[in-house]
Ligand binder design. Structure first.
Ligand code: GDP
Length: 401
């Protein structure tokens, strides 16, 4: 993932090298027409899941790494974000980092993770409202896609081709920006898959933030008819930029196996739990909502792959205290032992909220846990009081349902 895809034959994107270019000790496999040469880091990631235990300290958290765009000619910027981690995957104030001359297309990725019955127009309206609040402007389009399932990607490409024919964007470059792990590289792969029909060319996409460690530069002609008009000479380039890790994301406390286990493998299957006053609903050992007051019960619909535990508030507190001493492994992740307990942040109180809901079936609010999912609070009630907690006091709050 660290290579310039436009150049030499020893890149992650290489086509077949000639015999004389192949360094003898490295290549032992017989020559094939579809041989793919990748760097050792990508090989270790993809084939051995070899991930640095300090992966979270190796990713950039500073959106200023995109400031090089301020001096570039007007371009199309694809702001990719993750529908599973809204609003944690938005780059607030994007124009301030990249310059105001560019046009931004929003690409809401991982649509496949949402329940099948999601109402797409309502989802699009929700995303647009969120964007207004986040101060991102110059927005000229929104696409809901699934890079993994190659859903909506053709429409996105068609839109890019159309825009690159207009006077303002004629033959301009395309930049893919976004937070780490939102699926930028997977989106490049989806475009390549459409161009080549199951192409051997691909960039490394992996569930650990920071996989793309440098900017990848891919000539648009690689995308054949999908992104460029074959009849016109077009020197445009697509740039896949390294993701900016959200320092508020709770996944930063997880080891790779834990992180992997929290990833929903396919459509989220929301489950609804009834929680009575005096009870806590815990999302593993990463987050907790205490129900202090409510008429009879509150309904929590959980959109997360993290195991849920419901118990009395006093018991939840005792469990979390034991966990902080490395003496309890009931709430997972994290898988706690004494040595990890010494460095793992304690669960902290974040905020208290008084809620009401006059609708019996619709949720009144979501409690989000950045990177891990969210809980929707529903049921008809005049007054309920909830307290929110999360590991290290990070990445948790209320958002519109
Ligand atoms: P990047 O850091 O933004 O380049 O993210 P990657 O492309 O490396 O993707 C991060 C993880 O998200 C990988 O495990 C991908 O397989 C996964 N991913 C990317 N796009 C999708 C998608 O549309 N659906 C699902 N379910 N997973 C995706």
């Amino acid at each position: 993932s660290t290579s310039d895809l436009s150049s030499s034959s020893t890149t992650a994107f290489a086509t077949e090298p000639t015999e004389s270019e192949v360094p003898e000790p490295l290549i032992t496999a017989p020559p094939t027409s579809a041989r793919r040469i990748i760097c050792k880091r990508c090989h270790d990631l993809v084939h051995y899941n070899r991930v640095s235990p300090h992966w979270h300290s190796e990713v950039t958290t500073d959106p200023n790494v995109l400031s090089f765009l301020q001096t570039k000619n007007p371009a199309l910027v694809l702001h990719v974000f993750d529908l599973f981690d809204l609003p944690g995957s938005l780059l607030k104030g994007l124009a301030n980092y990249i310059g105001k001359q560019h046009s931004v297309i929003l690409v809401a990725n991982k649509l496949d993770l949402l329940p099948k019955d999601v109402h797409l127009p309502r989802l699009a309206t929700y995303v647009q409202r969120l964007m207004k609040d986040s101060g991102i402007f110059n927005i000229i389009g929104l696409h809901l896609v699934s890079a993994r399932k190659v859903h909506g990607v053709r429409e996105l490409c068609a839109d890019l081709v159309r825009l690159r024919r207009t006077f303002k964007h004629r033959h301009c470059d395309i930049y893919m920006v976004g937070r780490a792990n939102v699926g930028k590289s997977e989106l490049v792969n989806a475009m390549l898959r459409i161009s080549y029909g199951g192409s051997p060319h691909k960039v490394t996409a992996f569930p650990v933030p920071g996989t793309t460690s440098e900017m990848l530069k891919i000539p648009l002609e690689r995308f054949k008819k999908v992104l460029v008009d074959p009849k016109i000479a077009d020197a445009g380039t697509l740039f896949d930029t390294p993701g900016i890790f959200n320092n508020q994301s709770l996944v930063k406390y997880l080891t790779y196996p834990e992180l992997k286990a929290t990833w929903p493998p396919c459509h989220l299957k929301p489950l609804t739990y009834a929680v009575k006053p005096g009870q806590s609903i815990c999302l593993g050992g990463m987050g907790r909502v205490d129900v202090l007051e409510c008429p009879e019960r509150l309904f929590f619909t959980v959109f997360s792959n993290v195991p849920v535990h419901i118990t009395q508030i006093t018991k939840a507190k005792a469990m979390i205290e034991a966990m902080a001493q490395g003496e309890s492994t009931v709430l997972q992740p994290p898988v706690m032992d004494k040595s990890r307990a010494a460095i793992f942040p304690t669960m902290r109180f974040i905020s208290s909220h008084t809620l009401s809901n006059d609708h019996s079936t619709m949720a009144c609010t979501d409690v989000y846990f950045a990177g891990l999912g969210w809980l929707a609070i529903a049921g008809r009630f005049d007054r309920a009081v909830v307290h929110l907690f999360s590991a290290g006091g990070l990445g948790c709050g209320l958002r519109p349902p």
